[in-house]
Design a protein around this ligand. Sequence first.
Ligand code: MOS
Length: 735
Amino acid sequence: MTTLETGRTVGAGIDRVDAPLKVTGAAHYPNDFSIPGMAHAALVGSTVAAGRIRGFDLSQAQAAPGVLTVITHLTAPQLERGPMTLLGGSPPAPLQDDRILHYGQHIAVVVAESAEQARHAARLVRVEYETEKAVLGIDDPRAQIVENPWGLDTDRGDIDAGFGQADVIVEDTYTTPDNTNNPLGLMATLAAWHGDALTVHDSTQWPHNVRTSLAAIFKVPESGVRVLAPFVGGGFGAGLRVWSHVILTVLAARQVKRPVKLVLTRPEMFTSVGHRPNSVQQIKIGATRAGDLVAIEHHGISSVAMEDDDYEPVSFGSAVAYACPNVLTRDRQARLNIPCPGSMRAPAEGQGNFALECAIDDVAHAVGMDPLEFRLRNYAEEHPLSGLPWSSKALRECYTEGAERFGWSRRNPEPGSMRDGRLLIGYGLAGVSYPFYQVPCQARASVRRDGSAHVRSAATDIGTGTYTVMTQLAAELLGLDVSQVRFDLGDSDMPYSPQAGGSGLTGALGNAVHTACRRLVQEFLDVVAGDAGSPLRGCLLDDVTVGDGRIHRVDDPAQGESYADILARHGLEELSADGRSTPPRSEDLGMAPAGAFGAKFVEVRIDPELGLLRVARVVSAIDGGRILNEKTAASQIIGGTVGGISQAMFEETATDAGTGRIANATFGDYLMPVNADVPDMEVLFLGGPDRATAVGTKGVGEIGLVGMAAAIGNAVFHATGRRIRSLPFTIDQLM
Ligand code: MOS
């Protein structure tokens, strides 16, 4: 493995290369596309959460102006369920029978000449239900419980013996609510059939998955399906799966033999594209009086839809966070009549870390130790499950340098002891060990006669900066200026890319781009291998380096030539090379590939008379491995931190216990922080390139959120002496 040499371009906080397109409106998001002759679709959602459809009265809807068709389960064709994917099974195919499994389930799709006509007619669809009593709560005894759904339950040491050695045991229940992803962009699909070929614009985080899934669902050749998503208005995980509305748009286009566009409404975004499922967690931690952890036991149970799966091992993070000899983690799911959950902004970690890091603070408090010192004392020097060394871990530096920057030493350990006038002040922290995740990826790189490069892969940029960091990386690896490199993505006809998700795309794609660019330089060397006119003839890849649009010899930088000269002399228009990345495995490395680590330091201010909680300052110290762009990476952490403030203090998807209806499915009712709720946030990047891969990134997409709920909760405890174990931290809990 040749590792990336640090250089001129990688790391620099350059502005986003796609910024001009975005601010001038030239970036086209899925719902910006139109096709001549296009019709529009609107969905009808179930208004009960469980039961059957007895019948429809479609007469008014069908007679409404502009209506082309109304499709229900009575008229829809049989559809295959989508395939098993990297992220688990596909959601159920829509309109396959008369059963209702959740409120908002798509039970009909109306197609009309205009979007307004379709929506108007959708309201005229009359449905008669046979209603059953829905199962809506994790605690409902009728809920079916799925044991160990991901095979990730862990046992280390002897948990009972561990608690037997404990001088102090903390045992509590934590709860986290349903949250809804809510990317700003309403998710949209535009589908056009040409015979058995299909073109789809879609708000997806994974074009290849949409291609593979639609080909399977509609039983057409995958090669004829093209999925485009060059710009996506955010995702937060909502675009990872091929949801019912995507399938219904494609179905509608096939039925009316015209292109069809469907844009979800904001309320539909709460029931159609996943959500973070609620959790109930029991956590029990034992320590000696000296402050050594001896046992951690963490049981998590999350809700899941009736006929779907979802990946939320909320307790698993507790198995890899600390050096503790006796650990037991268990995860279960309760099947409910709820919309399909899905990954949302640090799925599982976001919930599990809240319980773990609050309980760790309680143990530190019980043994009379500073919570920072307690974490450092129980630091996992090796990967706790495998015993292998980490491929990199700078969590210690995150704790110590973050504490320094924050001014942790000014903290008076006594709860309720720090004040500013009538406001109580609290300092809190949390540690984060984010799991490693990478999957195979491919990319293709070309250099043309004019000396410019074109690199592409079917990835997406959901606002994270993929266009920018991959442009920088390719420029570095080819020795070009950023302005000479064009990076394209968002087209399933490009080389395979996995999803933008799991904080894994930059690593997977970066390593594929690395391989493609190295191979491309090799292609140039192959062309001049026997070229008597080239100073590079006979050179091997390790004999050369790149810069200023040239390949030159390491031993004599004056000896070299430009890409353009080589291509011109050999009568070539361009040279191209493919690269692929394979995720590192601990068996091959003799190390545990590490995800990102972080420490979050938070100051809160609380008005005890009004129960008002404000976050005053946040310092995020992050080990994200190699940082490809300081600006976009810091933006990721800042965005995640805001998401964490949101999870801690604002977001809660409220389901009506009687009907299963989501009661706050609008931006007016679903609370999120505004500028006044968000303080100045400092971000420190620590550590260096990870050893497990050539590019050495570790993924900073999700870690920014994790730890915020616990750090705020720990700060609230420090300010008030009150431990709140239920998110979000609302005024009533603070009074
Ligand atoms: Mo992320 S929740 O893996 O898009």
